[in-house]
Design a protein around this ligand. Structure first.
Ligand code: SF4
Length: 286
């Protein structure tokens, strides 16, 4: 079948989430004024978008480099948020902050801090379903002076202390289905648990629409940086609903044989994949 008879559709639900759009917009606004802006960690898990922003003057740094900055320097806190220790460092070094913590993450940080104050007084624990070492999770654990317990899957439930009350939260971008399974498994061990539904609504509704999008095409091209944790979750979701799902890091990594015999091609990506990158992949196919 010739490429002209193919239908190539970009997932209407794809592109940056609200939190990332807000952070990128704030960074671009600042950079348009000509100043130097440092981002603490990669603003999005997407190399092409980072390169685009670097071209405008954004410099990505780590905590060590931030500690060497001082008065007059400006650091952007990305949508994932940061633990209180980062704000203390900025204060100590007199660094100006542009805080782009997503409001959804900010609320989760506050809820975790409040829950921890309550349970720590009675010997209970705060448990976070998330990826250890992920920036958002580090920011969440920081609300509990490092005492929250992070579990990555149902298999780790056995290590929890069920003799006291548990407050369970989830990282905002976890798989909603896995969180349901984890909650059910936890309830087999204890009823003394408060379960907070803290997966971002944008993520959970995206899961539902993406499953239908993946099932509705012959081939799915999933465009994302390899280190995006949300990308890994959404890629697996697509593959579950369509085995002909392929990971595309950039248009150059497209392989023509993936499209052999396909009449409909769906192009989608992670919440950190910019719309322009999906359009570049579609343009290459067309
Ligand atoms: S996925 Fe949701 S919570 Fe996370 S940054 Fe985006 S909008 Fe905010």
């Amino acid at each position: 079948m010739g490429s002209n008879s193919r239908i190539c559709e970009i997932d209407p639900g794809s592109g940056f989430c609200h939190g990332v759009v807000r952070a990128v917009t704030k960074a671009e606004e600042f950079l348009s004024g000509g100043g130097c802006l440092y981002s603490l960690g990669a603003m999005v898990h997407n190399t092409s978008e980072i390169d685009r922003l670097a071209g405008k003057g954004l410099v990505t740094i780590n905590l060590e480099r931030m500690a060497a900055l001082g008065e007059g320097d400006t650091v952007l806190i990305r949508a994932h948020g940061e633990p209180p220790s980062t704000y203390a460092l900025a204060n100590e070094r007199k660094i100006n902050l542009i805080d782009c913590t997503c409001p959804v993450v900010l609320k989760l940080q506050r809820d975790i801090a409040a829950a921890w104050r309550t349970v720590s007084a009675i010997g209970g624990s705060v448990v976070i379903f998330g990826k250890r070492g992920h920036a958002e999770v580090n920011g969440l654990v920081g609300q509990t002076r490092g005492e929250a317990i992070v579990i990555e899957n149902t298999g780790e439930i056995g290590s929890l202390d069920f003799s006291h009350h548990i407050e369970l939260f989830s990282q905002t971008t976890r798989d909603p289905g896995e969180y349901v399974a984890l909650k059910e498994a936890l309830l087999q061990h204890t009823s003394d648990v408060t379960i907070h539904d803290t997966i971002c609504r944008q993520v959970s509704s995206r899961h539902r629409s993406l499953a239908a999008f993946a099932a509705g095409h012959d081939v799915i091209l999933f465009v994302s940086g390899r280190d995006s944790s949300n990308g890994k979750v959404l890629f697996e979701l697509c593959r579950k609903h369509n085995p002909n799902t392929h990971w595309v890091e950039d248009p150059a990594s497209l392989r023509p044989e993936w499209l052999t015999g396909a009449r409909t091609i769906g192009i989608t990506g992670a919440t950190s994949t910019p719309r322009w990158q999906l359009e570049a992949v579609a343009a290459m196919i067309r």
